[in-house]
Design a protein around this ligand. Sequence first.
Ligand SMILES: [Zn+2]
Length: 123
Amino acid sequence: MPIALPARILGDWAEFRAAEDAARGALDRFQPRADITPGETEEMVSAALAAVGVFEPPPHPDSLEPDNCTALFLPPAESGSSLFGAWQQCVTEPGHAGPWHDCGPVSWQDGQPGTLPARPPRP
Ligand SMILES: [Zn+2]
């Protein structure tokens, strides 16, 4: 049964890193020299947590595209498997009017579950 909305968004990266460490530990026990990179481990943990409605913290503001609106959205499973569990940034100009945001494949409205409003544009 698909998870319609994010059930829980982690407040910081400590919980995610704990899950990642546990996954890495299990992988090492079963196959000590498994050729699985830290990035691949992170992707596996993200997918496993998202399947039960737990999601990574939103990206740090410094890692957002600076020329775009900073509103963020965590698309639900119905948005398609490539977007599920991956934070999306609005691609419209910073400070645009209205409550609707868009990243191309999906659009969302401020206040919808799994959204973060835009931060004020930089002066
Ligand atoms: Zn926007």
